[in-house]
Design a protein around this ligand. Structure first.
Ligand SMILES: [Zn+2]
Ligand SMILES: [Zn+2]
Length: 147
């Protein structure tokens, strides 16, 4: 995380953006979380810790973290945009339950290699991969979840 923090600081400086306590607090929170969260969940997690941050600041700065390449923003499920921090060079894909919204991650070197091969065949230089499988999770199929 230290390296990522340096990357964020450099990004802010290069863009002429100020390094504020709020920005760093948001960065720390995003890296402390190991789930896929929406902006509201991040906001309430920070408020629970007694951090003073406004909703507008959270939204604006999450976009900044996305631009910086440290945070991935993905539409997981129908109308839900979730954020997660990224570790450069590591990739994973997602399974999303259409009923309860549960998100599961998976890593498949085989899929990665296949995507790279497809890009080569079409003459594309891939900058970002993403694969999402929309499905119904085991709990929902078994009727263990009510929502
Ligand atoms: Zn489910
Ligand atoms: Zn993920």
């Amino acid at each position: 995380m230290h390296q990522e923090r340096q990357q964020f600081l450099k990004f802010l400086r290069d863009r002429g953006q100020r390094v504020t306590a709020e920005r760093l607090a948001l960065f720390d929170e995003v890296y402390a979380q190991h789930q896929h969260l929406d902006a509201e969940a991040l906001l309430s997690a920070m408020k629970e810790k007694g951090l003073k941050i406004s909703r507008a600041t959270v939204y604006r700065n999450l976009d900044l973290l996305v631009d910086c390449g440290l945070v991935r923003k993905q539409r997981l499920g129908r109308n839900r945009f979730l954020y997660e921090h990224v570790h450069p060079g590591q990739r994973h894909d997602h399974l999303v339950c259409r009923r309860c919204g549960k998100v599961a991650e998976f890593v498949s070197g085989g899929i990665g290699a296949l995507q790279a091969e497809i890009c080569r065949a079409h003459g594309f230089d891939p900058t970002e991969f993403s694969l999402q499988i929309s499905s119904i999770c085991r709990d929902c199929r078994a009727g263990r979840r009510s929502c």
